[in-house]
Design a protein. Structure first.
Length: 268
């Protein structure tokens, strides 16, 4: 029957794959050579080279954390790149060991298992993790928002499904803008978040980190832009069926233009 023939071909395919995997592991543990016909073609490197431009094409834009427009966001992007390059080093190390085992059968058998465990599981990961910990602690301390710091402009961000209301607490009449946050360039803005219904999360990727907006609770995040522009903000916490549309714009003005808009209650 045709069904039995297909089943037989499937069994042969599975057996072939298992034998191939077994031969690879046998190289590292027993030193047995890998048959030439079982070695895969070197397609990994060309595939990575072709994929790099596609990946990098998503690193820019008005809502990209890797295209910062302020010092706080720049520190976050720097931390991301440190972690990225560290992961490349680890990946290259693992792939190098894998290539060594594949190209030189029995090379791994020359070292005792105890040394492999110490070097691979302790001596190499610990320095890398310690370096990442130090960088993250230094950057995190720098990014902490402190109440009443400097000449920060105070803004209250009130979240509800599915919009943002921004109230400017330092203005005389405390004007409110919906889904648009105005701020001056080169002046920190302390955004105090709260929510009316469910948990939301305010995030302006090009200006800084995100902060949750929790019902009955007030959190704060500091935003600072060092150039004018029109940037994107979003809710980074799933909050219901309208979550994808819960976005807002951040308009960064020159100080004089911002002051004039604030006096008019942001009425154009």
């Amino acid at each position: 029957m045709s069904g039995d023939g297909d089943r037989g071909r499937h069994v042969q395919l599975v057996d072939g794959l298992l034998n191939r995997i077994g031969s690879v592991f046998a190289v590292g543990h027993e030193g047995s050579p890998v048959p030439p016909e079982s070695r895969g073609r070197p397609i990994l490197f060309p595939a990575i080279v072709l994929a790099v431009p596609l990946v990098l094409s998503g690193c820019a834009g008005d809502a990209s954390a890797l295209d910062p427009a302020g010092p706080d966001a720049r520190a976050i992007a720097r931390l991301w790149w440190v972690m990225f390059y560290a992961s490349i080093v680890l990946f290259a190390l693992v792939m190098g060991l894998f290539a060594l085992v594949m190209l030189k059968p029995g090379a791994g058998a020359r070292l005792p298992e105890g040394r492999w465990i110490l070097w691979g599981g302790l001596w190499m990961p610990v320095p890398v993790l310690m370096a990442l910990l130090v960088v993250s602690l230094v950057q995190g301390e720098h990014l902490l928002a402190r109440e009443g710091s400097g000449d920060a402009l105070r803004v209250e961000a009130h979240a509800r499904q599915w919009q943002w209301e921004f109230r400017y607490l330092d203005a005389e009449n405390r004007p409110v803008t919906v889904d648009v946050l105005h701020m001056p360039v080169d002046r920190p803005v302390e955004v105090v978040t709260t929510s009316e219904d469910v948990i939301h999360s305010l995030w302006v990727p090009v200006l800084g980190g995100k902060i949750d907006a929790v019902p009955g609770h007030r959190n704060r995040v500091r935003l600072l832009a060092d150039k004018t522009g029109n940037f994107g903000g979003l809710c980074a916490e799933y909050c219901g069926t309208g979550h994808t549309n819960m976005r807002f714009r951040v308009l960064v003005h020159e100080p004089e233009a911002f002051r004039a808009l604030l006096e008019r209650g942001f009425v154009e």
